[in-house]
Design a protein around this ligand. Sequence first.
Ligand SMILES: [Mn+2]
Length: 506
Amino acid sequence: MMIDWAVWTFETIFCMVFATILNWRAEYWARYQFLTAAARPNYTPSKTTPGVSRASALFIFLVMALVAAPIMSTLITSLLGPGELAPGISAAEFQERRRRLAAAMPRDSVAVLPATATAYMTGVIPYPHRQDADFLYLTGLDQPGSVAVVHGQTGELTLFVPTPDATRELWDGARVSAAAAASEFGASEVHLMRDLPRLLPDLLRGTRAVYYDADKHAKGELGRWAPRELGFAEATHRPLRGADARAALEKRALMARSAAVAEAGLLAAMRADRAGSPGERHLAADFEARCRRAGAARLAYPSVVASGADACTIHYSRNDKPLRDGDLLLFDGGCELHGYCSDVTRTWPLGGAFSPAQRDAYDLVHGVQAALLAWCRPGMTLRQLHERSVRLVCEGLVDLRLAPSLPLARAAYRAFYPHSVGHWLGMDTHDTPSVSHDRPLEPGVHLTIEPGLYVPDDERFGALAGIGVRIEDVVRINDTAECTVLSQSMPTDAQSIEDYLARARQ
Ligand SMILES: [Mn+2]
Protein backbone atom coordinates (compact mmCIF):
# COMPACT_ATOMS: atom_id res chain seq x y z
CA MET A 1 0.00 0.00 0.00
CA MET A 2 2.80 2.36 0.99
CA ILE A 3 4.62 1.44 -2.21
CA ASP A 4 1.50 2.06 -4.33
CA TRP A 5 1.11 5.46 -2.79
CA ALA A 6 4.79 6.29 -3.16
CA VAL A 7 4.84 5.21 -6.80
CA TRP A 8 1.70 7.20 -7.55
CA THR A 9 3.14 10.29 -5.91
CA PHE A 10 6.39 9.89 -7.79
CA GLU A 11 4.60 9.54 -11.11
CA THR A 12 2.39 12.52 -10.40
CA ILE A 13 5.42 14.66 -9.72
CA PHE A 14 7.04 13.25 -12.86
CA CYS A 15 3.96 14.19 -14.90
CA MET A 16 3.97 17.72 -13.50
CA VAL A 17 7.61 18.16 -14.34
CA PHE A 18 7.06 16.73 -17.81
CA ALA A 19 4.15 19.04 -18.50
CA THR A 20 6.16 22.00 -17.29
CA ILE A 21 9.03 21.07 -19.57
CA LEU A 22 6.62 20.84 -22.48
CA ASN A 23 5.30 24.26 -21.61
CA TRP A 24 8.77 25.76 -21.44
CA ARG A 25 9.40 23.95 -24.71
CA ALA A 26 12.21 26.06 -26.15
CA GLU A 27 15.03 24.07 -24.64
CA TYR A 28 13.27 20.78 -25.32
CA TRP A 29 12.62 21.76 -28.93
CA ALA A 30 16.18 22.90 -29.51
CA ARG A 31 17.49 19.60 -28.24
CA TYR A 32 15.06 17.69 -30.43
CA GLN A 33 16.21 19.63 -33.47
CA PHE A 34 19.82 19.05 -32.58
CA LEU A 35 19.28 15.31 -32.35
CA THR A 36 17.26 15.16 -35.54
CA ALA A 37 19.90 17.13 -37.40
CA ALA A 38 22.57 14.78 -36.09
CA ALA A 39 20.61 11.79 -37.31
CA ARG A 40 19.47 13.17 -40.66
CA PRO A 41 22.08 15.31 -42.48
CA ASN A 42 19.52 16.84 -44.87
CA TYR A 43 17.20 17.99 -42.11
CA THR A 44 16.45 21.73 -42.07
CA PRO A 45 15.69 22.98 -38.59
CA SER A 46 12.42 24.80 -38.21
CA LYS A 47 12.67 28.46 -37.38
CA THR A 48 9.64 28.52 -35.16
CA THR A 49 9.26 26.56 -32.00
CA PRO A 50 5.92 24.82 -31.59
CA GLY A 51 3.89 26.14 -28.72
CA VAL A 52 2.23 24.04 -26.09
CA SER A 53 -0.41 26.03 -24.35
CA ARG A 54 -0.87 25.96 -20.63
CA ALA A 55 -4.23 24.26 -21.21
CA SER A 56 -2.78 21.38 -23.27
CA ALA A 57 0.01 20.92 -20.75
CA LEU A 58 -2.61 20.60 -18.03
CA PHE A 59 -4.54 18.15 -20.21
CA ILE A 60 -1.45 15.96 -20.75
CA PHE A 61 -0.72 16.04 -17.05
CA LEU A 62 -4.27 14.96 -16.16
CA VAL A 63 -4.29 12.10 -18.69
CA MET A 64 -0.96 10.78 -17.43
CA ALA A 65 -1.87 11.15 -13.80
CA LEU A 66 -5.25 9.47 -14.19
CA VAL A 67 -4.39 6.72 -16.68
CA ALA A 68 -0.67 6.10 -16.94
CA ALA A 69 0.34 6.37 -13.30
CA PRO A 70 -2.12 3.79 -11.89
CA ILE A 71 -1.21 1.36 -14.73
CA MET A 72 2.49 1.85 -14.03
CA SER A 73 2.08 1.32 -10.32
CA THR A 74 0.02 -1.84 -10.92
CA LEU A 75 2.71 -3.23 -13.20
CA ILE A 76 5.41 -2.61 -10.66
CA THR A 77 3.60 -3.81 -7.55
CA SER A 78 2.09 -6.87 -9.21
CA LEU A 79 5.59 -8.33 -9.31
CA LEU A 80 7.25 -7.13 -6.13
CA GLY A 81 5.73 -6.23 -2.80
CA PRO A 82 7.31 -3.80 -0.33
CA GLY A 83 10.82 -4.87 0.67
CA GLU A 84 10.81 -7.84 -1.71
CA LEU A 85 13.72 -8.82 -3.95
CA ALA A 86 11.74 -11.62 -5.63
CA PRO A 87 7.97 -12.15 -5.67
CA GLY A 88 7.02 -13.16 -2.14
CA ILE A 89 10.63 -13.13 -0.87
CA SER A 90 11.78 -10.13 1.14
CA ALA A 91 15.32 -8.85 1.58
CA ALA A 92 15.02 -9.93 5.21
CA GLU A 93 14.35 -13.51 4.09
CA PHE A 94 17.58 -13.52 2.06
CA GLN A 95 19.41 -12.25 5.13
CA GLU A 96 17.83 -15.03 7.17
CA ARG A 97 19.01 -17.60 4.59
CA ARG A 98 22.56 -16.32 4.92
CA ARG A 99 22.26 -16.46 8.68
CA ARG A 100 21.11 -20.10 8.52
CA LEU A 101 23.99 -21.00 6.24
CA ALA A 102 26.46 -19.14 8.49
CA ALA A 103 25.13 -20.96 11.55
CA ALA A 104 26.26 -24.23 9.96
CA MET A 105 29.75 -22.85 9.26
CA PRO A 106 32.56 -22.50 11.81
CA ARG A 107 33.69 -19.11 13.05
CA ASP A 108 36.38 -17.52 10.86
CA SER A 109 35.19 -19.37 7.76
CA VAL A 110 33.72 -17.95 4.56
CA ALA A 111 31.60 -19.24 1.69
CA VAL A 112 32.59 -17.77 -1.68
CA LEU A 113 29.73 -17.76 -4.19
CA PRO A 114 30.23 -16.39 -7.69
CA ALA A 115 27.30 -15.32 -9.85
CA THR A 116 27.01 -17.09 -13.20
CA ALA A 117 29.62 -15.68 -15.57
CA THR A 118 28.36 -14.53 -18.96
CA ALA A 119 28.90 -17.29 -21.51
CA TYR A 120 29.14 -16.47 -25.21
CA MET A 121 27.43 -18.32 -28.01
CA THR A 122 29.54 -16.67 -30.73
CA GLY A 123 31.73 -13.57 -30.58
CA VAL A 124 29.88 -10.98 -28.52
CA ILE A 125 26.52 -12.79 -28.57
CA PRO A 126 25.82 -14.08 -25.06
CA TYR A 127 23.74 -17.07 -24.05
CA PRO A 128 20.70 -15.97 -22.05
CA HIS A 129 21.80 -15.28 -18.48
CA ARG A 130 20.64 -17.78 -15.91
CA GLN A 131 21.73 -17.01 -12.38
CA ASP A 132 23.58 -19.59 -10.32
CA ALA A 133 20.99 -21.00 -7.93
CA ASP A 134 23.27 -20.87 -4.85
CA PHE A 135 24.06 -17.22 -5.52
CA LEU A 136 20.41 -16.35 -6.23
CA TYR A 137 19.20 -18.24 -3.18
CA LEU A 138 21.52 -16.34 -0.85
CA THR A 139 21.51 -12.85 -2.39
CA GLY A 140 18.40 -12.37 -4.54
CA LEU A 141 20.62 -10.60 -7.09
CA ASP A 142 19.92 -11.78 -10.64
CA GLN A 143 22.90 -10.29 -12.53
CA PRO A 144 26.13 -11.77 -13.83
CA GLY A 145 29.56 -10.55 -12.79
CA SER A 146 29.38 -10.51 -8.99
CA VAL A 147 30.90 -12.51 -6.16
CA ALA A 148 29.26 -12.94 -2.75
CA VAL A 149 31.20 -13.81 0.39
CA VAL A 150 29.16 -15.04 3.36
CA HIS A 151 30.96 -15.03 6.70
CA GLY A 152 30.64 -17.99 9.08
CA GLN A 153 28.58 -17.51 12.26
CA THR A 154 27.88 -13.80 11.67
CA GLY A 155 26.13 -14.28 8.32
CA GLU A 156 27.50 -10.93 7.14
CA LEU A 157 27.63 -10.44 3.38
CA THR A 158 30.54 -8.98 1.46
CA LEU A 159 29.48 -8.31 -2.12
CA PHE A 160 31.78 -7.64 -5.04
CA VAL A 161 29.68 -5.85 -7.66
CA PRO A 162 30.51 -5.22 -11.33
CA THR A 163 32.82 -2.28 -11.94
CA PRO A 164 30.74 0.58 -13.43
CA ASP A 165 31.31 0.83 -17.18
CA ALA A 166 29.20 3.34 -19.11
CA THR A 167 29.88 1.72 -22.49
CA ARG A 168 29.00 -1.80 -21.39
CA GLU A 169 25.95 -0.53 -19.54
CA LEU A 170 24.77 1.23 -22.70
CA TRP A 171 24.75 -2.18 -24.41
CA ASP A 172 23.85 -4.56 -21.60
CA GLY A 173 21.82 -2.44 -19.18
CA ALA A 174 22.51 -0.92 -15.80
CA ARG A 175 24.66 -2.84 -13.34
CA VAL A 176 23.89 -3.10 -9.67
CA SER A 177 25.56 -0.16 -7.95
CA ALA A 178 27.63 -0.31 -4.78
CA ALA A 179 24.98 1.78 -3.04
CA ALA A 180 22.18 -0.62 -4.04
CA ALA A 181 24.26 -3.62 -2.99
CA ALA A 182 24.27 -2.22 0.52
CA SER A 183 20.79 -0.67 0.75
CA GLU A 184 18.74 -3.19 -1.27
CA PHE A 185 20.71 -6.41 -0.99
CA GLY A 186 21.92 -6.00 2.58
CA ALA A 187 25.67 -6.26 2.02
CA SER A 188 27.63 -5.00 5.01
CA GLU A 189 30.69 -4.51 2.84
CA VAL A 190 30.72 -3.70 -0.90
CA HIS A 191 33.66 -3.68 -3.32
CA LEU A 192 34.08 -3.47 -7.06
CA MET A 193 35.02 -6.56 -9.03
CA ARG A 194 38.16 -4.87 -10.32
CA ASP A 195 39.47 -4.89 -6.73
CA LEU A 196 38.72 -8.58 -6.21
CA PRO A 197 42.23 -9.85 -7.09
CA ARG A 198 43.69 -7.45 -4.54
CA LEU A 199 41.11 -7.81 -1.75
CA LEU A 200 40.06 -11.44 -1.82
CA PRO A 201 43.40 -12.90 -0.66
CA ASP A 202 43.33 -10.50 2.31
CA LEU A 203 39.78 -11.49 3.07
CA LEU A 204 40.64 -15.18 3.00
CA ARG A 205 43.82 -14.83 5.03
CA GLY A 206 43.20 -16.02 8.54
CA THR A 207 40.05 -17.97 7.71
CA ARG A 208 39.97 -21.55 8.89
CA ALA A 209 37.79 -22.88 6.10
CA VAL A 210 36.64 -21.70 2.70
CA TYR A 211 33.50 -23.12 1.10
CA TYR A 212 33.65 -22.90 -2.64
CA ASP A 213 32.40 -25.13 -5.46
CA ALA A 214 35.55 -25.27 -7.57
CA ASP A 215 34.08 -27.70 -10.11
CA LYS A 216 30.96 -25.71 -10.79
CA HIS A 217 32.76 -22.40 -11.13
CA ALA A 218 35.80 -23.53 -13.11
CA LYS A 219 34.78 -21.17 -15.94
CA GLY A 220 33.41 -18.38 -13.73
CA GLU A 221 34.68 -15.16 -12.24
CA LEU A 222 37.16 -16.99 -10.04
CA GLY A 223 38.08 -19.62 -12.63
CA ARG A 224 41.44 -18.10 -13.41
CA TRP A 225 42.42 -18.52 -9.77
CA ALA A 226 43.78 -21.85 -8.65
CA PRO A 227 41.94 -22.95 -5.50
CA ARG A 228 45.24 -23.09 -3.64
CA GLU A 229 45.95 -19.46 -4.50
CA LEU A 230 42.69 -18.55 -2.86
CA GLY A 231 43.78 -20.42 0.22
CA PHE A 232 41.49 -23.38 -0.43
CA ALA A 233 43.28 -26.39 0.91
CA GLU A 234 41.20 -28.91 2.76
CA ALA A 235 37.79 -27.67 3.66
CA THR A 236 36.55 -27.00 0.16
CA HIS A 237 33.01 -28.13 -0.39
CA ARG A 238 29.89 -26.38 -1.48
CA PRO A 239 27.39 -25.07 1.00
CA LEU A 240 24.24 -27.12 0.94
CA ARG A 241 21.31 -25.13 -0.31
CA GLY A 242 19.43 -28.42 -0.19
CA ALA A 243 17.89 -29.00 3.19
CA ASP A 244 18.05 -25.34 4.12
CA ALA A 245 15.92 -24.37 1.15
CA ARG A 246 13.16 -26.76 1.91
CA ALA A 247 11.63 -25.40 5.09
CA ALA A 248 11.47 -21.93 3.62
CA LEU A 249 9.93 -23.16 0.38
CA GLU A 250 6.93 -24.55 2.12
CA LYS A 251 5.81 -21.10 3.14
CA ARG A 252 5.42 -20.02 -0.40
CA ALA A 253 3.33 -20.98 -3.33
CA LEU A 254 6.13 -20.57 -5.85
CA MET A 255 6.71 -24.31 -6.34
CA ALA A 256 2.97 -24.85 -6.69
CA ARG A 257 2.66 -21.99 -9.16
CA SER A 258 5.57 -23.28 -11.20
CA ALA A 259 3.96 -26.74 -11.33
CA ALA A 260 0.59 -25.22 -12.26
CA VAL A 261 2.13 -23.35 -15.19
CA ALA A 262 3.79 -26.52 -16.53
CA GLU A 263 0.58 -28.44 -15.97
CA ALA A 264 -1.46 -25.93 -17.97
CA GLY A 265 1.11 -26.17 -20.77
CA LEU A 266 0.90 -29.96 -20.86
CA LEU A 267 -2.90 -29.94 -20.83
CA ALA A 268 -2.82 -27.56 -23.80
CA ALA A 269 -0.51 -29.98 -25.62
CA MET A 270 -2.99 -32.79 -24.97
CA ARG A 271 -5.83 -30.65 -26.32
CA ALA A 272 -3.82 -29.33 -29.27
CA ASP A 273 -5.63 -29.40 -32.56
CA ARG A 274 -3.76 -32.08 -34.50
CA ALA A 275 -4.51 -30.39 -37.82
CA GLY A 276 -2.94 -27.16 -36.60
CA SER A 277 0.07 -28.68 -34.85
CA PRO A 278 1.50 -31.36 -37.06
CA GLY A 279 4.76 -31.97 -35.25
CA GLU A 280 6.60 -32.46 -32.00
CA ARG A 281 8.23 -29.06 -32.49
CA HIS A 282 4.89 -27.24 -32.61
CA LEU A 283 3.88 -28.78 -29.30
CA ALA A 284 7.26 -27.92 -27.77
CA ALA A 285 7.05 -24.32 -29.00
CA ASP A 286 3.50 -23.88 -27.78
CA PHE A 287 4.42 -25.27 -24.34
CA GLU A 288 7.34 -22.87 -24.01
CA ALA A 289 5.27 -19.89 -25.16
CA ARG A 290 2.57 -20.69 -22.61
CA CYS A 291 5.09 -21.04 -19.79
CA ARG A 292 6.77 -17.75 -20.67
CA ARG A 293 3.50 -15.90 -21.06
CA ALA A 294 2.57 -17.14 -17.61
CA GLY A 295 5.69 -15.47 -16.22
CA ALA A 296 8.34 -18.19 -16.42
CA ALA A 297 11.80 -16.84 -17.20
CA ARG A 298 12.68 -19.98 -19.12
CA LEU A 299 12.09 -23.70 -19.32
CA ALA A 300 13.62 -25.73 -16.50
CA TYR A 301 15.22 -28.05 -19.12
CA PRO A 302 14.77 -28.79 -22.83
CA SER A 303 11.29 -30.26 -23.30
CA VAL A 304 11.09 -33.93 -24.25
CA VAL A 305 8.34 -34.21 -26.86
CA ALA A 306 8.87 -37.79 -27.96
CA SER A 307 6.44 -39.69 -30.15
CA GLY A 308 6.72 -43.35 -31.01
CA ALA A 309 9.88 -45.23 -30.11
CA ASP A 310 11.76 -42.00 -29.32
CA ALA A 311 9.88 -42.03 -26.00
CA CYS A 312 12.44 -44.70 -25.03
CA THR A 313 15.20 -42.07 -25.25
CA ILE A 314 14.99 -40.55 -21.78
CA HIS A 315 16.25 -37.07 -22.72
CA TYR A 316 15.11 -37.02 -26.37
CA SER A 317 14.86 -33.35 -27.32
CA ARG A 318 15.27 -33.14 -31.09
CA ASN A 319 11.48 -32.84 -31.18
CA ASP A 320 11.50 -32.82 -34.97
CA LYS A 321 9.08 -35.53 -36.12
CA PRO A 322 5.55 -35.24 -37.44
CA LEU A 323 2.94 -36.84 -35.18
CA ARG A 324 1.25 -40.08 -36.22
CA ASP A 325 -2.01 -41.54 -34.98
CA GLY A 326 -1.35 -44.85 -33.31
CA ASP A 327 1.82 -43.60 -31.57
CA LEU A 328 2.10 -42.64 -27.94
CA LEU A 329 3.45 -39.17 -27.17
CA LEU A 330 5.63 -38.70 -24.09
CA PHE A 331 5.83 -35.04 -23.07
CA ASP A 332 8.24 -34.14 -20.24
CA GLY A 333 8.18 -30.39 -19.60
CA GLY A 334 8.88 -27.93 -16.83
CA CYS A 335 9.50 -24.25 -16.33
CA GLU A 336 11.43 -21.96 -14.01
CA LEU A 337 9.10 -19.46 -12.37
CA HIS A 338 10.77 -16.77 -10.25
CA GLY A 339 13.65 -19.17 -9.63
CA TYR A 340 11.59 -22.30 -8.88
CA CYS A 341 11.44 -25.30 -11.19
CA SER A 342 8.69 -27.68 -12.16
CA ASP A 343 9.13 -31.04 -13.89
CA VAL A 344 6.06 -32.92 -15.13
CA THR A 345 5.49 -35.76 -17.62
CA ARG A 346 2.43 -37.29 -19.23
CA THR A 347 2.18 -39.93 -21.94
CA TRP A 348 -0.92 -40.16 -24.13
CA PRO A 349 -2.12 -41.87 -27.32
CA LEU A 350 -2.05 -39.45 -30.26
CA GLY A 351 -5.04 -41.14 -31.86
CA GLY A 352 -7.11 -40.67 -28.70
CA ALA A 353 -7.18 -44.32 -27.60
CA PHE A 354 -4.49 -46.67 -26.27
CA SER A 355 -3.83 -49.88 -28.20
CA PRO A 356 -4.07 -52.98 -25.95
CA ALA A 357 -0.25 -53.20 -25.69
CA GLN A 358 0.11 -49.47 -25.00
CA ARG A 359 -2.57 -49.71 -22.35
CA ASP A 360 -0.80 -52.65 -20.67
CA ALA A 361 2.46 -50.72 -20.50
CA TYR A 362 0.65 -47.60 -19.32
CA ASP A 363 -1.32 -49.38 -16.60
CA LEU A 364 1.90 -50.92 -15.27
CA VAL A 365 3.57 -47.51 -14.90
CA HIS A 366 0.44 -45.90 -13.50
CA GLY A 367 0.12 -48.65 -10.90
CA VAL A 368 3.72 -48.08 -9.79
CA GLN A 369 3.23 -44.32 -9.59
CA ALA A 370 0.01 -44.58 -7.57
CA ALA A 371 1.69 -46.97 -5.09
CA LEU A 372 4.70 -44.69 -4.70
CA LEU A 373 2.64 -41.56 -4.11
CA ALA A 374 1.03 -43.36 -1.20
CA TRP A 375 4.50 -43.93 0.30
CA CYS A 376 5.73 -40.35 0.01
CA ARG A 377 5.87 -39.40 3.68
CA PRO A 378 8.36 -38.17 6.27
CA GLY A 379 10.98 -40.73 7.20
CA MET A 380 10.89 -42.57 3.86
CA THR A 381 13.98 -42.08 1.69
CA LEU A 382 14.26 -41.53 -2.04
CA ARG A 383 16.34 -44.72 -2.23
CA GLN A 384 13.61 -46.75 -0.51
CA LEU A 385 11.03 -45.30 -2.89
CA HIS A 386 13.23 -46.22 -5.84
CA GLU A 387 13.74 -49.79 -4.56
CA ARG A 388 9.99 -50.19 -4.18
CA SER A 389 9.45 -48.92 -7.71
CA VAL A 390 12.02 -51.42 -9.02
CA ARG A 391 10.20 -54.27 -7.25
CA LEU A 392 6.87 -53.24 -8.78
CA VAL A 393 8.34 -52.71 -12.25
CA CYS A 394 9.95 -56.18 -12.09
CA GLU A 395 6.62 -57.78 -11.19
CA GLY A 396 5.12 -55.89 -14.14
CA LEU A 397 7.84 -57.12 -16.49
CA VAL A 398 6.88 -60.69 -15.62
CA ASP A 399 3.15 -59.96 -15.99
CA LEU A 400 3.76 -58.48 -19.46
CA ARG A 401 6.00 -61.45 -20.36
CA LEU A 402 8.92 -59.13 -20.99
CA ALA A 403 10.87 -61.25 -18.51
CA PRO A 404 10.27 -64.96 -17.88
CA SER A 405 10.82 -64.84 -14.12
CA LEU A 406 11.23 -62.43 -11.22
CA PRO A 407 14.97 -63.17 -10.71
CA LEU A 408 15.63 -62.55 -14.41
CA ALA A 409 13.51 -59.39 -14.30
CA ARG A 410 15.59 -58.17 -11.33
CA ALA A 411 18.78 -58.87 -13.22
CA ALA A 412 17.64 -57.10 -16.40
CA TYR A 413 15.18 -54.39 -15.35
CA ARG A 414 17.61 -51.57 -16.23
CA ALA A 415 17.05 -52.35 -19.90
CA PHE A 416 13.43 -51.23 -19.38
CA TYR A 417 13.71 -48.76 -16.49
CA PRO A 418 17.17 -47.16 -16.44
CA HIS A 419 16.54 -44.08 -14.26
CA SER A 420 15.77 -43.29 -10.64
CA VAL A 421 12.14 -42.98 -9.59
CA GLY A 422 12.65 -39.36 -8.68
CA HIS A 423 14.92 -36.48 -7.71
CA TRP A 424 14.87 -33.44 -5.47
CA LEU A 425 13.29 -30.40 -7.06
CA GLY A 426 13.64 -26.70 -6.26
CA MET A 427 15.69 -23.89 -7.71
CA ASP A 428 17.48 -26.32 -10.02
CA THR A 429 15.75 -29.21 -11.76
CA HIS A 430 17.89 -31.55 -9.67
CA ASP A 431 18.07 -29.56 -6.45
CA THR A 432 20.50 -30.56 -5.28
CA PRO A 433 22.20 -33.75 -6.49
CA SER A 434 24.61 -33.55 -3.56
CA VAL A 435 21.78 -34.26 -1.09
CA SER A 436 21.90 -38.02 -0.48
CA HIS A 437 19.04 -40.26 -1.61
CA ASP A 438 19.38 -41.85 1.82
CA ARG A 439 18.31 -38.66 3.58
CA PRO A 440 14.90 -39.20 5.17
CA LEU A 441 12.14 -37.11 3.58
CA GLU A 442 11.09 -34.13 5.67
CA PRO A 443 7.97 -31.97 5.57
CA GLY A 444 8.42 -29.23 2.97
CA VAL A 445 10.70 -31.27 0.72
CA HIS A 446 9.79 -31.25 -2.98
CA LEU A 447 10.65 -34.14 -5.27
CA THR A 448 9.47 -35.79 -8.45
CA ILE A 449 7.90 -39.24 -8.63
CA GLU A 450 8.43 -40.50 -12.15
CA PRO A 451 8.45 -44.23 -12.80
CA GLY A 452 8.77 -45.29 -16.43
CA LEU A 453 8.82 -48.27 -18.75
CA TYR A 454 10.75 -48.21 -22.00
CA VAL A 455 10.56 -51.29 -24.19
CA PRO A 456 13.39 -51.37 -26.76
CA ASP A 457 12.19 -51.15 -30.35
CA ASP A 458 13.10 -54.74 -31.13
CA GLU A 459 10.78 -57.26 -32.77
CA ARG A 460 11.32 -59.87 -30.08
CA PHE A 461 9.16 -57.71 -27.78
CA GLY A 462 6.18 -58.04 -30.13
CA ALA A 463 3.41 -55.47 -29.80
CA LEU A 464 5.19 -53.83 -26.85
CA ALA A 465 8.32 -52.99 -28.90
CA GLY A 466 9.12 -49.28 -29.00
CA ILE A 467 6.58 -48.28 -26.35
CA GLY A 468 7.88 -45.73 -23.84
CA VAL A 469 5.80 -44.48 -20.91
CA ARG A 470 6.67 -42.11 -18.09
CA ILE A 471 4.31 -40.47 -15.61
CA GLU A 472 5.87 -37.73 -13.51
CA ASP A 473 4.40 -35.48 -10.85
CA VAL A 474 5.78 -32.85 -8.49
CA VAL A 475 5.27 -33.92 -4.89
CA ARG A 476 5.55 -32.01 -1.63
CA ILE A 477 6.11 -33.96 1.57
CA ASN A 478 3.75 -33.00 4.40
CA ASP A 479 4.04 -33.71 8.10
CA THR A 480 1.29 -36.30 7.72
CA ALA A 481 1.49 -39.63 5.86
CA GLU A 482 -0.22 -38.02 2.87
CA CYS A 483 1.82 -36.03 0.38
CA THR A 484 0.56 -33.20 -1.81
CA VAL A 485 0.73 -33.77 -5.57
CA LEU A 486 1.25 -30.27 -6.97
CA SER A 487 0.49 -31.35 -10.53
CA GLN A 488 -2.72 -33.18 -9.80
CA SER A 489 -5.16 -31.43 -12.12
CA MET A 490 -3.90 -33.48 -15.07
CA PRO A 491 -5.56 -36.77 -15.92
CA THR A 492 -3.29 -39.64 -14.87
CA ASP A 493 -4.96 -43.02 -15.31
CA ALA A 494 -5.51 -44.40 -18.82
CA GLN A 495 -9.28 -43.99 -18.79
CA SER A 496 -9.14 -40.35 -17.61
CA ILE A 497 -6.59 -39.61 -20.32
CA GLU A 498 -8.77 -41.10 -23.05
CA ASP A 499 -11.80 -39.24 -21.67
CA TYR A 500 -9.88 -35.96 -21.58
CA LEU A 501 -8.69 -36.42 -25.18
CA ALA A 502 -12.23 -37.32 -26.31
CA ARG A 503 -13.69 -34.20 -24.63
CA ALA A 504 -10.96 -31.99 -26.12
CA ARG A 505 -11.66 -33.27 -29.63
CA GLN A 506 -15.41 -32.98 -29.60
MN1 LIG B 1 12.29 -35.27 -13.60
